[in-house]
Ligand binder design. Structure first.
Ligand code: DX5
Ligand code: ZN
Length: 213
């Protein structure tokens, strides 16, 4: 299991310290939540702060867009050369075109599904994706409870992925901890995002290690 701590739960007064701490503690990616106050009822960070994160991160960035105008934000963040940019299928009229655009910028394209969105909605996009991110909370905030229906959904998506595009990774985001990591692993999940679980631990190495099963 790969682990991508979400910097949403970091101490923003000590952002460099916290980004370095998770990288030193063995995370695989740094998950960056970009919220615009329109698609979700919260507002986070833009390219100025994300470039400061990129400058001190020794692990690749996984940028999760929760915004209304995806193409505009892809153009803003592409110069930072993240590993992944993921966008919500619920907010995109032309997802295939945007996947092509992200790939043409040398970035791995990923699609995010909200808790209500069925995996079948991306059946014809799966062949062109490097990752699918399943939300296990409603997007917008850290520290929410895990929505269990993501487990059968991940199983269904995993079977589709094995048939259509075995190289496509499955990521789960929200309420992840050592309590649900085994069921996510069993459901075929490859990457977990964990915000409050990792940052509430004094020993980040131990917290990350407990998810790397
Ligand atoms: C929620 C974000 C998550 C969030 C996860 O909209 O996408 O990445 O930071 O935080 P936890 O792990 O605390 O649920
Ligand atoms: Zn996220």
């Amino acid at each position: 299991m790969y682990v991508a701590p979400s910097i949403l739960s970091a101490d923003f007064g000590n952002l460099q310290r916290d980004v370095e701490a998770i990288c030193d503690a063995g995370c695989d990616f740094v998950h960056v939540d970009v919220m615009d106050g329109h698609f979700v009822p919260n507002l986070t960070i833009g390219p100025v702060v994300v470039s400061a994160i990129a400058a001190c991160a020794t692990k690749p960035l996984d940028i999760h867009l929760m915004v209304e105008n995806n193409t505009f934000f892809v153009d803003l963040f592409a110069p930072l050369k993240p590993e992944y940019i993921s966008f919500h299928i619920e907010e995109e009229k032309h997802p295939h075109r945007l996947i092509q655009k992200i790939r043409s910028l040398g970035i791995k394209p990923a699609i995010v599904l909200n808790p209500h969105t069925p995996p079948e909605s991306i059946e014809y996009l799966l062949g062109d994706l490097d990752m699918v991110l399943l939300m296990s909370v409603n997007p917008g905030f850290g520290g929410q409870s895990f929505i269990e229906s993501v487990v059968p959904k991940a199983k269904k998506l995993s079977a589709m992925r094995d048939k259509i595009n075995p190289n496509c990774l499955i990521e789960v985001d929200g309420g992840v901890s050592n309590k649900n990591i085994q069921m996510l692993k069993d459901a075929g999940v490859d990457i977990v995002v964990a915000g409050s679980y990792v940052f509430s631990h004094k020993d980040k190495k131990e917290a990350i290690a407990s998810l790397k099963i």
